[in-house]
Design a protein around this ligand. Structure first.
Ligand SMILES: [Fe+2]
Ligand SMILES: [Fe+2]
Length: 251
């Protein structure tokens, strides 16, 4: 069995950023001692250097292996340069859990734009990484900020990746097991072929739709099933989705 914590959309620096929600999620994550924590972008609100410094302080509190990818908010105001300096070392391909899980981070942000794009260079790298992981029979996770498949209850779709079709094809043909995203602040899960596509809500910002509340996801990977649990800031939790585990390496 493997266990993963998925946090997203911290929005450090936003007027409605809730420090206590983020600290509580990090505390819970540390208690759960996951094999991997993945943070899928919008760690800052405006991409300001000071916000990145502050966000890095929070990320340093996470005691488990960590993978962070940037979001569109992180690429505002040349935040992409600040991300490079302060966060990039946390944004890399990770192999964890006794060489059983490979997590591949992608940067889908574009400077000062809200839409996302992975681009051909990263797409080729991802394809190579997936193939290498497939040959070694690893459990394969892709992490990127923007969603690849539209998320319900998020209004008019404007922010799916501009190259979503190409990336989706590479992800599915590369037999990725799990794709983790954020961006819409709406937790949801889709399954397509052998791949589960899971979006997390915002862990610590009140940029919420209707009566939604802040949350983060935890993912239990068992030999026969994958269970995605939604953990809300009010302490409630419930199963968001449960799928058959098509990758047999996890015991
Ligand atoms: Fe966001
Ligand atoms: Fe976003």
């Amino acid at each position: 069995m493997a266990f993963i914590v998925h946090l997203s959309d911290m929005h450090v620096g936003a007027i409605n950023f809730k420090d206590e929600f983020l600290l509580s999620a990090i505390k819970k994550s540390n208690e759960l001692d996951p094999d991997l924590v993945i943070v899928t972008g919008d760690i800052t609100e405006n991409g300001y250097y000071l916000e990145f410094e502050h966000a890095a302080e929070y990320l340093d509190l996470i005691e488990s292996p960590l993978l962070v990818v940037p979001g569109n908010h992180d690429s505002r105001h040349i935040g992409n340069e600040s991300f490079e300096e302060l966060i990039r070392k946390r944004c890399r391909t990770l192999v964890v859990k006794n060489n059983e899980i490979k997590a591949i981070g992608l940067d889908s942000s574009e400077p000062d734009l809200d839409y996302g794009k992975v681009g051909r260079a990263q797409q080729r790298r991802m394809e190579r990484e997936l193939k290498e992981a497939e040959n070694r029979n690893l459990y394969k996770i892709i992490a990127l900020h923007h969603h690849l498949i539209p998320v319900p209850k998020t209004g008019r779709e404007r922010n799916v990746l501009t190259d979503a079709g190409d990336i989706l094809k590479s992800v599915v043909e590369g037999n990725a097991d799990l794709v983790l995203s954020g961006h819409k602040h709406v937790p949801h899960a889709w399954q397509l072929e052998n791949t589960a596509f899971v979006t997390a809500g915002t862990v610590s910002s009140l940029k919420l739709r209707g009566k939604d509340i802040c949350s983060f996801n935890t993912i239990d990977i068992h030999e026969k099933s994958v269970e995605i649990v939604l953990n809300q800031s009010n302490g409630n939790s419930r199963i968001l989705a449960k799928y058959e585990n098509k990758c047999k390496v996890i015991d």
